[in-house]
Design a binder for this molecule. Structure first.
Ligand SMILES: *[C@@H]1O[C@H](CO)[C@@H](O)[C@H](O)[C@H]1NC(C)=O
Ligand SMILES: *[C@@H]1O[C@H](CO)[C@@H](O)[C@H](O)[C@H]1NC(C)=O
Length: 474
């Protein structure tokens, strides 16, 4: 007993250490489940139209008439109703669907022959009432990391069938009612669960549209495959996704891993998506690795309306040696990240810290670049994030900037004297260019044909949370 419990403790520890924290969690709430139920019931109702009741024929001895041969043909469903249904979460498994008080109305033709020569025919209506269906839909992860559902433990029962004949003699009614009742109940019981199976299986092609590898641009893609089986609790289904940016084609892991985070117990929306700081930082890692976090700045990138020009005259105001040694020349600057920029999420606060260098050059008349100085730059920018369509986009504003001198090629000078010039360069050139990129947006995890309805976004500790309703068009 002792040994066994130690083994269990060991297993528990091992499995927590090897488990992977998700970068992104998508939560389906009860409200989302109820919306899903509406779609599911509509799909099932459509599927039930294909219930097929076989023709019946045979003969029976009826006294005092003798042998009666009969046939019931062309039975078809004219109406079906699923007025009462419920879905509940089954922790650890998936979803339980129960349907009660369902009904079906059928119409068919009857035909009899007796006393050798007498033939009669007419039609009939059947009302099947008290149909109940209950089933459990298991939610799992498939081999591609997408959710997959399967139907288990389906039970269908038929309450009663009432037959109303049109035409014919009343003694026939008793004869048929018995058969129709039995035949119908059997046929329906045999066919309903397979049709429920088919309806549930029909969800899988839709779930397969989850964008497990979402392309961002020519450098990056985001992996949204599940890192573990869906977690079904009393109140939600959580899909734990990798949520990691990768260089297209070469998936190199960054030197950091996702921290565990837990979602608040809100349930006003159908869906919540939590995107961790890890996801944002994996983006920074990828773009830095791709070598795209550097930018040459020339005067033509400075808005015409600005009095600030990128030339030795302007910088000569702050560092007189520049105007003296390189009079009347235009300048060029290289701003480059020296480390992976890092994103932190604090409640209501998304901040990006970037460390880099700024190298300034004078452009000689023959095109040669003469270096003037190299500065070390530490900047902190705040990010506004917003949802557009099925993407999350951002907008940065400069918070703080710290400069220190790396190298000077023009003799000693006070770094503080060009602080405002550098701040201007960041504000009117660098950040607007970054913002154009961020404004293009980054794809969220989504199923095909899904739309977000009134998404709201808030920054929480270590993640940003998008709460939204959804609808599926088509
Ligand atoms: C946001 O957080 C950063 C550090 O993560 C801090 O420097 C900054 O002052 C905060 N901004 C606000 C508005 O609280
Ligand atoms: C370009 O002009 C500068 C300054 O006049 C000079 O020092 C340099 O040698 C020139 N370079 C070339 C390639 O002509």
């Amino acid at each position: 007993m002792m040994a066994l419990s130690w083994l269990l403790v060991l297993l528990a520890i091992t499995s927590t250490t090897i488990s992977t924290n998700p970068g992104v969690t998508v939560r389906l709430t009860d409200k989302g489940l109820q919306y899903g139920k509406q779609l599911g019931i509509a799909a099932l109702q459509k599927e039930l139209q294909s219930v097929h009741i076989p023709d019946y024929s045979g003969s029976e001895h009826v006294s005092p008439i003798g042998k009666v041969t009969y046939s019931l043909t062309n039975m078809r469903l004219v109406n079906t109703g699923l007025p009462r249904s419920a879905v509940n979460l089954v922790p650890g498994t998936g979803v339980r669907l129960t349907i009660g008080d369902a009904f079906m109305n059928l119409h068919g033709d009857w035909r009899v022959k007796y006393l050798r020569i007498i033939k009669d025919s007419g039609s009939f209506d059947v009302n099947v009432n008290g149909l109940t269906i209950s089933t459990t839909i298991a939610v799992k992860s498939d081999e591609t990391g997408r959710p997959v559902v399967s139907n288990t433990n389906c039970v269908a029962t038929v309450g009663s069938a009432k037959v109303k004949f049109h035409g014919g003699a009343s003694w026939l009614y008793n004869l048929f009612s018995k058969f129709i009742n039995k035949a119908l109940c059997k046929a329906l019981q045999e066919q309903i669960c397979p049709l429920v199976d088919k309806t549930v299986a029909g969800l899988n092609p839709k779930l397969k549209t989850l964008n497990v590898l979402a392309k961002v641009d020519k450098y990056a893609e985001i992996e949204y495959s599940m890192v573990s089986s869906p977690a079904v609790s009393q109140s939600s289904i959580d899909l734990n996704l990798k949520g990691e940016f990768y260089n297209i084609g070469k998936h190199q892991e960054p030197p950091f891993t996702p921290a565990a985070f837990s979602l608040p117990s809100e349930n006003n929306n159908m869906l919540y998506m939590a995107l961790s700081a890890f996801t944002a930082n994996s983006a920074a890692f990828v773009y830095n690795k791709a070598g795209v976090l550097s930018l040459y700045i020339t005067d033509d990138m400075v808005p015409k309306s600005s009095p600030f020009r990128l030339d030795t005259k302007t910088f000569g105001v702050f560092i007189p040696q520049i105007a003296k040694q390189y009079p009347g020349l235009m300048m060029k600057m290289l701003v480059r990240a020296e480390k992976n920029p890092s994103v932190t999420f604090q409640p209501k606060n998304a901040t990006l810290q970037a460390t880099g260098t700024v190298t300034a050059y004078a452009i000689q008349h023959n095109g040669t670049l003469s270096p003037l100085f190299v500065l070390n730059l530490e900047s902190s920018v705040s990010a506004d994030v917003f949802v557009r369509g099925l993407s999350v986009a951002g907008h940065l504003t400069l918070n703080e900037m710290k400069l220190s001198l790396g190298t000077s090629y023009v003799g000693p000078f006070q770094v503080g004297s060009i602080d405002s010039a550098l701040r201007t360069v960041l504000k009117i050139v660098v950040i607007p260019i970054v913002n154009v990129q961020l404004d293009k947006g980054y794809p969220l995890p989504a199923l095909g044909k899904m739309n977000l309805v009134k998404p709201q976004i808030q920054i929480m500790k270590d993640y940003m949370l998008i709460g939204t309703d959804v609808d599926f068009t088509g």
